[in-house]
Design a protein around this ligand. Structure first.
Ligand code: GDP
Length: 363
């Protein structure tokens, strides 16, 4: 599951990306990191894992991760191949969701590509490029489909109608994600890998001095825009996050306390990204290891088992499941079992966030 960081040049994308990856999972476990420096594997913060760690006292504690991709190179005209345009757009096709960094910091030493600082214009430039790229993808498909539709075959005529709907909305400047599409529309969006269909969050990159204070005018504008799209906004100072990422855990905690903050901006970015991707966490716990795992919400128990090992999915028999809350309230797994809170679940069971699982399987 990948989250792409996009935005105009000089808005703080790389600063944020570097902070995320520096604070994140060790690259040694993820060899592809060294192959592609723009992909970073980041630990997902989860207090529940710490509590389980205290309960089980295992030899190892392993958080779950998501990937961030630093997608540089978007400028006005990217959809027409300006700058690194085409490459940029191809990179966005490969991620499941988008985090758009918006410059809301003033620093006169950092030039803005368009002269002055104007978050709404910046958002508009990026979103327009994505919409234009989608429009040309839709129109290319229309050219093919209309040839086929000449045969009078219903399938192609219907597809053409659907494509026209998409074309009209895009021409009106609407993002695909804002449309209420039927089954066929959704299929086309997936096939054409439309960019403006991807879920989005906005990351308002604010001045260091504005951290922990009320929203400034620029952030309010971003919030208003995002609300119109049903999107979330996370405010951070990428610069401060980069500084914090250099500190060890204890120093970082003190630093946050001094600033009057409960958690780091990075944690908020990661958590918001995780939710945006519609992911949930389940746990496995034993004396060897407590570990957090990720599945898409709506996944079945065998699919969850498959995240651990394909053999576990293939030979799945059943899962013993206790919710995190029930386990903590019981005090231990044996107490949870005595109280009947450890459930036996079969192949049809849909995983819930916070499930603690023991999978039974045939080898
Ligand atoms: P990118 O082109 O979007 O990847 O932007 P960079 O991360 O390279 O940042 C561009 C410049 O802005 C660099 O000089 C950063 O140090 C600076 N910068 C990034 N974030 C902040 C911030 O929160 N505050 C200030 N004052 N400068 C920042």
């Amino acid at each position: 599951m990948k989250l792409g960081i996009v935005g105009l040049p000089n808005v703080g994308k790389s600063t944020l990306f570097n902070a995320l990856t520096k604070a994140g999972a060790g690259a040694e476990n993820y060899p592809f990191c060294t192959i592609d420096p723009n992909v970073g594997v980041v630990n997902v913060p989860d207090k529940r894992l710490e509590v389980l760690n205290d309960m089980y006292n295992p030899r190892k504690k392993t958080p779950t991760t998501i990937e961030f991709v630093d997608i540089a190179g978007l400028v006005k005209g990217a959809s027409k191949g300006e700058g690194l345009g085409n490459k940029f757009l191809a990179h966005i096709r490969e991620v499941e969701a988008v985090a758009q960094v918006v410059r809301c910091f003033t620093d006169n030493n950092v030039t803005h590509v368009d002269g002055d600082i104007n978050p709404l214009r910046d958002i508009e430039i990026i979103n327009t490029e994505l919409i234009l790229a989608d429009l040309s993808a839709v129109e290319r498909r229309m050219a093919k489909t209309s040839k086929m539709a000449k045969s009078g075959e219903k399938e192609y005529i219907e597809e053409l109608q659907e494509l026209e709907l998409l074309q009209n909305s895009l021409e009106e400047g609407k993002n695909i994600r804002q449309l209420d599409l039927g089954e066929q529309g959704q299929r086309l969006v997936k096939e054409l890998q439309l960019l403006s269909a991807k879920p989005i969050i906005y990351i308002a990159n604010i001045d260091e001095g504005d951290v922990g204070t009320a929203d400034n005018e620029m952030v309010s504008q971003v919030r208003k825009h995002a609300a119109g799209e049903n999107a979330r906004v996370v405010t951070i100072s990428a610069k401060i996050e980069a500084d914090i990422a250099e500190l060890d855990e204890e120093e970082a905690g003190l630093f946050l306390e001094e600033m009057g903050l409960k958690e780091s901006g990075l944690d908020r970015v990661i958590t918001a990204g995780y939710e945006l991707l519609d992911l949930i966490t389940f746990f496995t716990a034993g004396e060897k290891e407590v570990r957090a795992w990720t599945v898409r919400s709506g996944s079945s128990a065998p699919e969850a088992a498959g995240k651990i090992h394909t053999d576990m999915q293939r030979g799945f028999i059943r899962a013993e499941v206790v919710s995190y809350d029930d386990l903590i309230a019981s005090g231990s797994i044996s107490d949870a079992r005595e109280k009947g809170l450890l459930r036996l679940e079969g192949k049809e069971y849909i995983m819930q966030d916070g499930d603690v699982c023991y999978f039974r399987f045939n080898v």
